[in-house]
Design a protein. Structure first.
Length: 388
């Protein structure tokens, strides 16, 4: 299936051979686009019953913090955000070798551990007050469709980490769930009604990955009810941004489309491949909103799962339109109708998070895609010629 557009193919550029989505730094934490470091001034008082101190703009967790999955996109970004907000002791854990971490944040304790093992979890939580569990085997639709058993094995990570956290007296535990927990029969149309937290039941989640996330949500609930371990659960909706995976099969749609548009310019093909017919709908959440929502939820007294996602719904074709406009090109589109597509439509209903946290994601899709495109273009060796 092909739709033709006006092709604008710039001269070919050699692709750089640097690792995908990886940042190694020996200097102090750097700011992401749109982050104002000057506004981060601590207020000196904090209630003794709180797990954070309050700044004029930010929540700053107090005590010792563990971030699992810290070698990945969201986990690594959270470690960096915690350090930028002034958190003193952050332990970063991932199964990947250190040289494969997407980000390595200075002045943090970094450990390589397989958290599917209970003893490794016990080592990870020793002396820790707050746990942010972002460790999982996951990726884009192509990956989770082809690796259902591997995705489900992540249940060992959350189960053992909950057990170890209870034994170690951890004060609060955060679990990163996913919009993939929502019932498939509520997502059969592109003009889907935005999903509320109650739409996860009766249960019919994404096979493999979605079932693991839903089961792990229940584990968090019952560890709080039965053992008094305070748990928090966020259902992330398609998180994207700079420093994320953009190739190799684990990337999600925003990064994949950015990469394909850039590659079409590098190789002069003037065309890109799109999985599906382009009419499926999604909402995409910029990394800064994901981190802010995560920290606000962790600081709250809300134990029920909450959507952390943008409510700005677009079709995949509209997503491509935005990236093409940023790049200043129009490309021929080849539609692969036999490729994994996931549900027909998915969007986040933010009624509950606005009511309970007085907040919802604020970054518009175009701005987040621009930052993402420019970073991927730099990684791939294409000087970004973004339109203003």
């Amino acid at each position: 299936m092909v739709r033709r557009g006006i092709t604008g193919a710039p001269p070919r550029t050699r692709r750089l051979t640097r690792p995908a989505a990886r940042l190694a730094s020996d200097s102090g934490p750097s700011e992401r686009p749109g982050v104002d470091a000057a506004s981060r001034r601590l207020v000196l008082t904090a209630g003794k019953d709180r797990l954070s101190v309050v700044t004029d703009t930010d929540i700053v967790p107090s005590g010792s913090v563990l971030v699992t999955g810290a070698g990945g996109f969201i986990g690594g970004s959270l470690v960096r955000e915690l350090r930028q907000r002034g958190v003193g002791r952050v332990r970063a854990v991932d199964i990947k070798p250190l040289d494969a971490w997407y980000q390595r944040v200075p002045d943090t304790e970094q450990r390589v551990l397989d958290l599917a093992d209970l003893k490794a979890c016990q080592e990870a939580v020793e002396g820790i007050d707050l746990v942010f569990n972002l460790a999982a085997d996951m990726g884009g639709m192509g990956f989770i469709e082809a690796n259902k058993a591997l995705c489900m094995l992540s249940v060992l990570i959350n189960t053992h980490l909950l057990m170890a956290s209870r034994q170690a007296g951890v004060q609060r535990y955060f679990f990163s769930s996913s919009a993939c927990v929502y019932a498939a029969d509520r997502q059969v149309s592109p003009d889907v009604t935005a999903l509320t937290e109650g739409d996860a039941y009766p249960a019919m989640p994404e096979d493999g990955y979605g079932w693991e996330k839903l089961f792990s949500e229940r584990m968090c609930r019952h560890f709080q009810e039965d053992f008094g371990l305070h748990t928090r659960v966020a259902r992330y909706h398609n998180v994207y941004g700079p420093l994320g995976t953009y190739e190799g099969g684990r990337e999600k749609a925003p990064a994949a489309i950015c990469r394909k548009v850039i590659q079409a310019q590098l190789d002069g093909s003037g065309a890109i491949e799109i999985w599906g017919d382009g009419e499926q709908t999604r909402s995409f959440t910029y990394i800064d909103d994901c981190l802010e929502g995560t920290l606000r939820l962790m600081d709250s007294d809300i134990s029920e799962p909450l959507n952390v996602g943008s409510s700005e719904s677009v079709t995949i074709d509209q997503l491509v339109d935005i990236v093409e406009a940023i790049a200043g090109v129009r490309l021929e589109r080849h539609y692969r109708l036999d490729a994994p597509q996931g549900v027909r439509g998915r969007n986040s209903d933010n009624t509950m998070i606005k009511r309970l946290l007085d907040w919802e994601p604020t970054h518009p899709l175009e701005g987040g895609l621009r930052a993402t495109y420019e970073w991927i273009a730099s990684e791939m060796g294409l000087r970004a010629s973004a339109s203003v």
